[in-house]
Design a protein around this ligand. Structure first.
Ligand code: GUN
Ligand code: ZN
Length: 428
């Protein structure tokens, strides 16, 4: 049956422009499958008379906004968040691979998956494109936990059949067999989706990348999820391993791994031909600014991406990223824009940062109109924010005279304390 929530309300129009109702009403109702979807949304005085029978939950002083999407995160790296290192490759060797080698144990994978989902939800993240590990048990644990919580989540078994230590290295043929059976088991089951996940080109043989590309063609609505052009040493290594490719990104094109729903984390060390390849194939970047700052990888070129016009959205990249909080990520993205790859830097408007972590990220993932917004038809995953969660937030948000000022105060001062509750569209 219909339900209504009254509070301030943030949504986006089709061009990504923020829509704000100080006194808003969000009306939700179950669809034919019993899943809660937005039925109506807007100004309370306009929307309420259309639904006189809907019981109203009133949250005075609160702000309802779409649940955030994290476009790239590693659930098995939850426990290595904050591991210092001299850059990406030593970080992988010293912290990441040892931590991930434990995820063949289903009990460990299940325990960490619960911690991971608790953290996402405490921080207002309702959908995440997530690396598991090379062990099928890690994917199984992830999807079972996500299904129990009715979440819209995407994950996949990591493919890495070379240049990887014992404990995480997989076998070419078996890795592709496992991937296909996990696709058949989990893809499009309720709100779950499968991502074909080569770790990055240097840790896969040609045969594994070719097999991944064949699966991506056979299952065209699955996602593809990998890393590219994050770190200068990594780029140099990839160029040595694949001398026939025009660029590191072009390696993936050559194996059929660039298409819509292909998501590449980082994309820092790109030229304009790489950016055009992203645009022409419909692939998307998961920009991961806290990770890039932490590992000293470089700065994603937001201006370059907009100039060429390809899809991107924001991501935490935990455990190289330093926070699950979308507010920390949006602030870091703002700072990276100021620093810029080319001078002078840009000043990304706060409503744009917010869109890049909600509706824009959903569009980049091929989930526009499904999640990331609170327009009619969207699944009702949303956050209830308390703009007075801390004394300074209360003071700054009360002083805000425009929507941009309000959103900027939330981005600069916000963290998990801002997220009073996260509401998930439950199947009845
Ligand atoms: N490149 C290959 N694997 C990884 C990883 O786990 N994290 C990051 N940030 N980059 C990678
Ligand atoms: Zn990553």
């Amino acid at each position: 049956m219909k339900k209504a929530y009254r509070a301030s309300l943030l949504r986006f129009d089709a061009s990504g422009r923020a829509l704000f109702d100080k006194d808003g009403l969000l009306v939700v109702a179950p669809d034919a499958q019993g899943r809660q979807r937005v039925l109506d949304a807007g100004n309370h005085a306009v929307v309420a008379p259309r639904h006189p029978e809907a019981p109203v939950t009133h949250w005075p002083g609160r702000l309802l906004a779409p649940g955030f999407l994290d476009m790239h995160v590693h659930f098995p790296q939850t426990d290595i968040l904050g591991a210092p290192s001299e850059g990406l490759l030593p970080w992988l060797e010293n912290y990441t691979f040892p931590a991930e080698s434990r995820f063949g144990d289903p009990a460990h994978a299940a325990e960490v998956a619960e911690v991971f989902f608790d953290e996402l939800l405490r921080n207002g993240v309702t959908t995440a494109l997530t690396f598991a590990t090379s062990h099928p048990a890690s994917v199984q644990a992830f999807f079972e936990a996500a299904q129990r919580r009715s979440l819209r989540m995407i994950s996949g078994k990591v493919l890495q059949d070379r240049h990887s230590p014992d404990g995480v290295r997989d076998q070419t043929e078996q890795s592709l067999i496992d991937t296909e059976s996990l696709i058949r088991r989990w893809h499009n089951v309720e709100r779950l989706g499968y991502a074909i996940t080569p770790r990055f080109a240097p840790t896969s043989t040609d045969a594994q990348l070719r097999g991944a590309g064949e699966l991506a063609a056979r299952y065209p609505d699955t996602w593809i999820h990998s890393h590219v052009a994050e770190n200068r040493d990594e780029v140099k290594w990839a160029r040595e391993l694949f001398p026939q490719a025009r660029s590191y990104l072009d390696v993936y094109r050559g194996f059929g791994l660039m298409r819509e729903r292909a998501v590449y984390a980082h994309c820092i060390h790109f030229d304009d031909d790489d950016r055009r390849l992203m645009r022409e194939t419909g692939a998307a970047t998961a920009a991961s600014p806290t990770s890039n700052l932490f590992l000293g990888s470089g700065f994603f070129d937001f201006e370059g991406a907009d100039r060429i016009g390809y899809h991107y959205g924001l991501a935490s990249d935990v455990g190289a990223g330093t926070s699950f909080s979308p507010f920390r990520t949006m602030l870091a993205a703002y700072c990276v824009g100021r620093e810029g790859q080319t001078k002078p830097g840009i000043s990304i408007p706060p409503s744009r940062l917010w869109w890049d972590h909600t509706g824009g990220a959903a569009r980049a993932l091929g989930l526009e109109g499904v999640v990331g917004n609170l327009q009619p038809g969207c699944e009702a995953d949303f956050v209830v924010l308390n703009p007075a969660a801390t004394p300074l937030l209360a003071r700054k948000t009360a002083l805000a005279e425009t929507l941009e000022e309000l959103l900027f105060a939330l981005i600069v001062l916000g963290d998990d304390r801002l997220v009073e509750r996260t509401v998930i569209s439950q199947a009845l």
